[in-house]
Design a protein around this ligand. Structure first.
Ligand SMILES: Nc1ncnc2c1ncn2[C@@H]1O[C@H](COP(=O)(O)OP(=O)(O)OP(=O)(O)O)[C@@H](O)[C@H]1O
Length: 294
């Protein structure tokens, strides 16, 4: 029995003609302490997959098991880092983390809780900003707070839904390294959702592609055997890195292309007129229409 198991999981939204079959027959087994990356196309159902594990959604068919038990809702055993930080804007870094500590260690003394808050903030190198509010932080700093908050819950598993995709390349690289450092210290089981193959190679033990939806399924896994710590500037010179990267990318391109040629689903774009600032669109004045001044 694996630590996390998804067996024959399918998930749809809506009913009748509005029904969207997002995931179909998902089978995923993750061992305790493993770091797995799911790489997928935009809109293929990556967030849906995370939400099934997080307990925010439930499968229509199949089962999601953590430690052999069916997931019945969100719980402190799973810490989640979202793409959009989701911090409470009126609270400082300290108090955002404190909320998580209060929930994870309700019986701890105030002093003990304060020390834990400070330790998690230090873990993500934000001690200098501990009393700042989210609006006073950069995107990378906010994402560090999100990671610290998820870890402060002392979860058994960390779920990360494209946590770094809004960040610039340099900040993204630094945070990838920090997250892996933290993971390697206490080996929490990690599931990372990403659309970046390189991110998967730098961070994960295995990369599993999620094929394009609707009815997205998981593709074959790619094992990432590079020794840790992995430094991207060093491993990107390694021919084995280029080979693995090409294999994953070629697989994604192939399934993307075959999906486009076989799908019978059609998507209707909304009927909208784009508003282009600074551009004047002329039309013939209607009869009896008064001239308007803006
Ligand atoms: N609550 C919902 N109700 C109806 N449809 C939904 C709901 N949530 C997601 N969907 C649809 O399910 C599909 C998959 O969405 P999901 O957010 O899981 O994909 P994703 O791969 O995470 O997307 P992205 O890459 O854009 O973040 C999309 O077509 C989306 O419109």
């Amino acid at each position: 029995m694996a630590f996390l198991e998804l067996n024959h999981v399918s998930k749809s939204y809506g009913t009748g003609k509005d029904r969207v079959n997002v995931l179909e027959d998902i089978n995923l087994h993750i061992e305790e302490g493993e770091f797995v990356a799911i790489v997928g196309f935009t809109g293929s159902g990556k967030t849906t997959l995370i939400n099934l594990i997080n307990g925010l959604h439930f499968p229509d068919a199949g089962e999601v098991l953590l430690n052999g038990k069916q997931i019945t809702g969100p719980g402190p055993d799973r810490g989640v880092v979202f793409q959009n930080y989701s911090l409470l804007p009126w609270l400082s870094v300290r108090n955002n983390i404190r909320l998580a500590i209060d929930q994870a260690y309700p019986a701890a003394s105030a002093n003990d809780k304060n020390s834990k808050v400070e330790a998690y903030v230090e873990m993500v190198n934000l001690s200098h900003a501990i009393d700042k509010k989210p609006a006073e932080l950069s995107g990378g700093m906010r994402q560090r707070v999100s990671v610290a908050r998820a870890l402060a819950m002392n979860p058994e598993m960390l779920l990360m839904d494209e946590p770094l995709s809004a960040l610039d390349a340099l900040t993204r690289g630094n945070l990838q390294e920090e997250i892996v450092n933290i993971w390697s210290k206490d080996k929490k089981t990690c599931l990372l959702i990403t659309n970046d193959v390189d991110e998967g190679i730098v961070m994960a033990d295995r990369i599993i592609p999620l094929k394009p939806g609707p009815k997205a399924t998981l593709g074959p896994e790619f094992k990432v055997g590079f020794e840790r710590p992995r430094v991207i500037t060093a491993i990107n010179k390694d021919p084995a890195y280029k080979k693995l990267r090409n294999e994953v990318i070629e697989y994604l391109i192939a399934v993307g292309a075959s999906r486009q040629s076989t799908t019978d689903e059609t998507y209707t774009l909304p009927d909208l007129q784009p508003v282009i600032p600074g551009r004047i669109q002329w039309r013939k004045k209607q009869e009896n229409e008064k001239t308007k001044f803006f």
